[in-house]
Design a binder for this molecule. Structure first.
Ligand SMILES: Cc1cc2nc3c(=O)[nH]c(=O)nc-3n(C[C@H](O)[C@H](O)[C@H](O)COP(=O)(O)OP(=O)(O)OC[C@H]3O[C@@H](n4cnc5c(N)ncnc54)[C@H](O)[C@@H]3O)c2cc1C
Length: 448
């Protein structure tokens, strides 16, 4: 018999894992609980697909290396290639200028992204994706996992990778094998998301920038922000979000009021007023930062967890899918070097550590956040981050370093490169822009 890896969960993390491991095992079996659609459709197990999803360049490049041709296929299906920050109209501590940069975002519906991945990965004869096949428990003992119980009985495996998402039952299953309890950390700003999809005005269906307004934790009120993402089919997906006490209502009136009157600038409301709504307003509160400290446990050999089942982040930072891709890439690398699954698990935890610091480091400053209180050191870190953001307005090297880190294209340490630090020390030259930097042509095409 050849070697087999079983992947629990056929979401994005499951697909990147299957793509990464197909060259290392004779057989890759993906067990997915849902009935998988034959196209770009939202499904029960991935409800977040109703909300704006950004694929940042660091993750996009890794996915492309695991699934060659992925980006071309996405663009052929109508996804937008968005230069960062050239095609970004972003408000952080004020509006940031637009200059062509070396990073990018892929803007599409999440359903399209999942479909393209699944379709491309499933064409490999080494990969079997079993729809309507929930995993029920792990088979093995505290020293070694040997398989999974699925709907057709026990499926033996040399390696089991859990990618069952935020609600994964792997911690419970491992405890049942006697492997101990995995410690969980949760840091929750109480963020609520509401999303609606629009048909963009005809002239704005192509070459339109992403509009992003980040919540400002310096204000003595809950954080409120939003993002408008162009996607396939000439549509815009517009997600609005507010932290505890400032949550938008998931109704048409509540949504419109939030976009028009509650954000720091009315641009979002002005744009959607000129677009045609295509859907209801959908809400979610699945936004806390949550991580399982598998790195602290003697995880049985033959088992690895990856993706949201290890660390899930406040989605406004747009990093979850890309962290999954990096993690699958590293898993393959550790196994190729002869490392153990425990070593791979610790390497995956290290990948999630930087984004965790970043996301929780921002979230902890919003009112009534749960799970953490900012210390003096945290406030000093934020003061440094503020100076960096204000410096990035006029110093391209700083903006590039911030973007590359945020887009998971370079490690956090690249923000501490001597040249970048020197620029931050010199400080800002110009203040942020007072108005969103849409061009005259973009305004005209959007009907503003
Ligand atoms: C509102 C929202 C917005 C987001 N926006 C972004 C963004 O802009 N950019 C970004 O990069 N990330 C974003 N994320 C995060 C992103 O969705 C996840 O990081 C990404 O989907 C990877 O998740 P996953 O595959 O680990 O888990 P999931 O997407 O949750 O997939 C888990 C899969 O496992 C299946 N499953 C569960 N239990 C079992 C079982 N027992 N047996 C078999 N199958 C099972 C489920 O049906 C599902 O298919 C967002 C998340 C949310 C909630």
């Amino acid at each position: 018999m050849g070697t087999r890896v079983v992947v629990i969960g056929g979401g994005l993390a499951g697909m990147v894992t299957a793509a990464a491991l197909r060259s290392r095992f004779d057989e890759v079996v993906v067990l997915e609980r849902d009935k998988l659609p034959d196209g770009a459709e939202v499904r029960k197990g991935v409800p977040q697909a109703r909300h704006a999803h950004l694929l940042v360049s660091g993750g996009a490049r890794v996915i492309e290396s695991l699934v060659p041709g992925f980006l071309d296929r996405m663009y052929a299906e109508g996804a937008h290639h968005v230069n960062a920050p050239g095609d970004l109209v972003t408000m952080v501590m004020g509006w940031m200028p637009r200059r062509r940069g070396s990073q990018f975002l892929v803007a599409s519906s999440r359903a399209l992204l999942d479909w393209v991945m699944r379709d491309m990965v499933s064409r490999d004869p080494r990969v079997q994706i079993r729809s309507e096949s929930p995993a029920h428990e792990l088979i093995g003992d505290a020293k070694r996992v040997r398989g999974v119980r699925g709907p057709d009985g026990v499926l033996e495996a040399d390696l089991v990778v859990d990618t069952a998402g935020r609600g994964s039952r792997a911690p419970k299953w491992l405890a049942e094998l006697g492997a101990g309890d995995v410690r969980t950390e949760v840091i929750d700003s109480g963020l609520a998301y509401v999303t609606r999809v629009f048909q963009a005005p005809e002239a704005a269906r192509t070459r339109f920038p992403i509009i992003s307004m980040q919540a400002d934790s310096h204000l003595p009120e809950p954080g409120r922000g939003g993002v408008l993402l162009p996607m396939e089919g000439g549509r815009w997906i517009v997600t609005l979000a507010g932290t505890r006490g400032g949550e938008p209502l998931a109704t048409v009136d509540g949504y419109t009021d939030f976009a028009t009157n509650r954000l720091r600038h009315p641009i979002m409301g002005e744009l959607i007023a000129r677009a045609e709504p295509l859907t209801d307003v959908y809400g979610t509160r699945t936004t806390s930062n949550q991580r399982y400290r598998y790195d602290e446990l003697d995880v049985p050999e033959g088992f690895v967890a990856l993706g949201d089942s290890v660390a899930a982040f406040n989605p406004v930072y747009g990093q979850g899918m890309s962290i999954s891709a990096h993690s699958a890439f590293v898993l393959r690398g550790v196994l190729a070097d002869g490392g153990s699954t425990r070593q791979a698990q610790r390497a995956i935890s290290r990948i999630t550590a930087g984004p965790w610091e970043m996301a929780t480091g921002m979230d902890m400053h919003f009112p009534d956040v749960r799970g953490v209180q900012p210390t003096r050191l945290d406030r000093m870190r934020r003061a440094f981050a503020d100076r960096m953001t204000l410096t990035a307005v006029s110093r391209q090297r700083v903006y590039e370093a911030m973007n590359a880190t945020y887009m998971l294209a370079k490690p956090m340490s690249s923000m501490m490169a001597p040249g970048v630090l020197l620029d931050v020390l010199r400080g800002p030259i110009d203040p942020p822009l007072a108005e969103p930097p849409l061009t005259v042509d973009e305004r005209r095409r959007a009907g503003l």
